[in-house]
Design a protein around this ligand. Structure first.
Ligand code: XIL
Length: 356
């Protein structure tokens, strides 16, 4: 071949290779939120202190929605009857505002992480009207403060009972007010911010028995005209559960009520049972990682399929460096439930979630 033709061929070939590799790189989504831009918002639950660490960069890179893991709950944010502790929640809200993110508010009415004063007046337990007044005051103050940044609230959390044959969890709210504390909480939130999307949030939603109880409750609330717009499926799942079949049934059931679905607290525990012995990270990589990869792949396949109903998928934590599952349901048992490892590096599960 004539040397100048050879040279020309070489130039064309190297141009083709380089353009091919660049376009491949450009096609790859660079983060979770970009990958799911046409599907749903990807969020993460955080505490304010993480914003002062190397984790802030990862939050900014990957997520568009923030949830306060603890600091907007009644106890932390409203520790005394007449005073609020806004600082920590404000810090997260300010971070969201300055970085064009949105927030999910968590949570206005729950039986856990409540302050001591809430159910007591003097030496006695409060009566129904007092407790409803307190609920209204709490909801109004908190919802109005974050109106500009919180687009969806978990209004009531975990009100359904896990016990056979019992519909409502027998907590202080239920005991003192009766079941209509639930409707009232939604009304107060809606009056304060008519634009906010209001959610009922719970765990165990894919369990057929609990699912049915939740369905009944929401159907009733909708029938009474209560402003409830969506169901929050917490999604504290494991490498074995849920099955695809149960997950699909659950999404279809709640979608049939016209509800929006948020996956509010996603993590995939590597321990299917509370009896499982702790394993090290090396053992996890050898024995359980593949199962976790498959579980993440399955659930995101389903989520994508139901993108018309699912609006937000939020992880309950940033990375395996720290998760509430390190202390629940077994104190001190290290878990590896998220998409990033303790060094904030993407795990194999990240790859299957991002590449589809
Ligand atoms: C958990 C937090 O992650 C922990 O840090 C805290 O000690 C207890 O609460 N369901 C919920 C969340 O709705 O608020 C819980 O968060 C996890 C279970």
């Amino acid at each position: 071949m004539n040397p100048s033709v050879q040279l020309l061929n070489l130039i064309i070939l190297s141009f083709l290779i380089s353009s091919c590799t660049t376009s491949k790189k450009d096609d790859q989504p660079q983060n979770l939120s970009e990958a799911y831009n046409d599907y749903f918002k990807i969020g993460v639950a955080i505490g304010p202190r993480t914003l002062e660490t190397d984790q802030a960069e990862l939050i900014l890179e990957q997520f568009v929605s923030l949830t306060a893991e603890n600091v907007m709950k009644i106890g932390p944010i409203h520790p005394k009857r007449d005073s609020f502790n806004w600082g920590p929640a404000d810090q997260i809200a300010e971070f969201a505002r300055s970085n064009d993110m949105v927030m999910r508010g968590h949570t206005l009415c729950w039986h856990n992480q409540v302050p001591d004063w809430l159910f007591i007046l003097g030496e006695q337990e409060v009566i129904r009207d007092t407790l409803l007044n307190r609920l209204k005051f709490h909801v109004t103050e908190v919802v109005s403060r974050y109106k500009d940044i919180v687009y969806a609230w978990d209004v009531v959390n975990e009100a359904i009972s896990d016990k056979d044959g019992e519909q409502y969890r027998n907590n202080k709210w239920f005991e003192i007010v009766g079941e209509d504390y639930i409707a009232k909480a939604f009304q107060y939130a809606h009056e304060t911010d008519p634009d906010a999307m209001l959610f009922y949030n719970d765990y165990g939603v894919v369990n057929p028995v609990k699912r049915e109880k939740i369905y009944l409750m929401i159907k009733n609330l909708l029938g009474q005209g209560v402003p409830i717009h969506g169901i929050g499926i917490q999604a504290h799942w494991s490498i074995e559960k849920p099955t695809e079949e149960e997950l699909v049934k659950t999404i279809e059931l709640f979608a049939s009520l016209g509800l929006k679905i948020h996956i509010t607290e996603l993590d995939i525990s590597i321990y299917p049972s509370r009896e499982d012995q702790e394993i090290s990270q090396a053992e996890f990589l050898e024995t359980a990682e593949q199962k976790q990869v498959e579980q993440y792949q399955m659930i995101f396949n389903v989520f994508r399929k139901y993108k018309d109903h699912i609006e937000n998928v939020t992880f309950w934590g940033i990375s395996d460096r720290r998760s509430w599952l390190d202390n629940y349901p077994v104190a001190g048992r290290k878990n590896y439930p998220l998409l990033f490892d303790k060094d904030l590096q993407p795990k194999k599960a990240y790859d299957v979630v991002i590449k589809f």
